[in-house]
Write a protein that binds this ligand. Structure first.
Ligand code: AHR
Length: 338
């Protein structure tokens, strides 16, 4: 897909040349504009969900570190501040600027068909990363790569079953407080489904309540603190990311309720960021299921395949694991990239 003349400046150049023509500028100025037009970089328009979590920051860094000018890329970046409408505007803007590729991490699954049809009509390949979209027309995107969020939820439930057995609590009534991530995001949908299926398979497990933590520490702290005012009899808090786990921990501390390895409330988290694993190593988080944010190199592989005329896999899942306190050391945490 690499153009002999990068497309990024195509639209702008046309506008500028038209303006120069109408104001009677000299041929020298035209040459200067045309030189700018010979941009051979691969131009990528990237719309990121936001900066709601440590994971997200690591994801953005991975993209920035991968798509550098030294490697022949130009990365245009948009922070959508967790709003789908901002992502749609950014994608329209990238279409207008005729970028070579559009890459985006969708805030939510629904509502992308129209703008992706516009990208398709403009002939711009779209690569989706991290979360997925819900569409009946798979031709609207070239490839997706990211995590199997449902599998992450299943891992958490299998671990909980085994952990309770080891603790001699297999037959106890288990009350789980569920803190959802951004409602409608694939990561929320998958992890929630994993939890719900796990609970359905154990007649002595129940979901005490389902709160919306929006993947942030602040929101989770707010909703968990409020919940604990009326119910403190919970055994597990299922937090759909590390930042939510930090918010839940903050609320538990304030309420004087013990948690973690030596406490009353089991904390389950997702992401396995540096801060999350440190809290896990210290016994504050009982289980941290990995969600790998290093999407930059994986997106680059897809782009390079397209540049070489190859057809990338339509869907690629990254391998992930999970961590419990006894697995963790400072060296192990320091050796990871996020
Ligand atoms: O979609 C991935 C999720 O989004 C991560 O678990 C979370 O931290 C992020 O905000």
């Amino acid at each position: 897909m690499k153009k002999s003349c990068g497309k990024k400046y195509g639209f702008l150049t046309a506008v500028i040349l038209a303006a120069l023509g109408s104001t009677g500028c000299t041929g020298g100025s035209r040459e200067a504009v045309q030189t700018e037009a010979e941009n051979e970089n691969i131009v990528i328009g990237f719309s990121e969900v936001g900066a709601e979590s440590d994971w997200r920051v690591a994801n953005t860094e991975s993209m920035r570190n991968t798509f550098t000018e030294e490697k022949g890329y130009e990365l245009m970046f948009n922070d959508a501040k967790q709003k789908q409408e901002n992502q749609i505007s950014a994608i329209r803007n990238y279409i207008l600027q005729a970028v070579d590729y559009i890459v985006f991490a969708p805030a939510v699954e629904e509502g992308w068909d129209e703008v992706l049809q516009e990208a398709k009509d403009a002939g711009i390949p779209v690569i989706i990363m991290d979360r997925m979209i819900n569409t009946e027309d798979e031709s609207l995107f070239t490839a997706w790569e990211g995590s199997d969020f449902y599998a992450e939820g299943v891992t958490a439930m299998e671990w909980l079953e085994e952990y309770l057995e080891e603790q001699g609590r297999a037959d106890e009534e288990i009350s789980i407080l569920h803190v959802k991530g951004t409602v409608g995001a694939t990561s929320q949908i998958g992890r929630t489904e994993g939890l719900e299926n796990g609970v359905a398979a154990h007649e002595n497990w129940e979901i005490a309540a389902c709160l919306e933590g929006e993947y942030t520490q602040a929101k989770t702290y707010e909703v968990v603190a409020e919940y604990l005012e009326t119910d403190t009899d919970i055994d597990v808090i299922y937090c759909e990311n590390d930042n939510s786990a930090f918010g839940a921990i903050q609320a538990l501390e304030e309420a004087g309720i013990s948690y973690g390895v030596d406490g009353d409330v089991i904390i389950i988290s997702f992401d396995a960021t540096e801060a999350g694993l440190t809290a896990c190593m210290n016994g504050q988080i009982n289980l941290d299921v990995e969600c790998n944010p290093l999407n930059g190199p994986r997106v680059e592989m897809i782009i390079q395949q397209l540049e070489n005329g190859e057809t990338p896999e339509k869907y690629s899942y990254v391998d992930e694991t999970y961590f419990v306190p006894e697995d963790l050391t400072e060296d192990l945490i320091a050796s990871r990239e996020y």
